[in-house]
Design a protein. Structure first.
Length: 65
């Protein structure tokens, strides 16, 4: 396994873990009224998750080259 493949797998694990945390947190937010700063923090967390997804996709593409 090359370093890129290993990094790709690591990013997938991190992405999956972040998605699980996001889903749990969003469920908590839906169950209660949360103030705006916390909503913004969750939004930022979701954005980081999507950026990790793009990074994993880019690395996966690089490993095919």
């Amino acid at each position: 396994m090359s370093q890129i493949d290993g990094l790709d797998e690591s990013l997938k694990v991190v992405q999956s873990s972040l998605q699980t945390l996001i889903n749990l947190r969003m469920s908590e937010l839906a169950a209660q009224q949360i103030d705006t700063p916390n909503r913004e923090a969750i939004r930022d967390f979701v954005l980081v998750g999507s950026q990790l997804d793009r990074l994993a996709h880019d690395i996966s593409g690089m490993s095919r080259v």
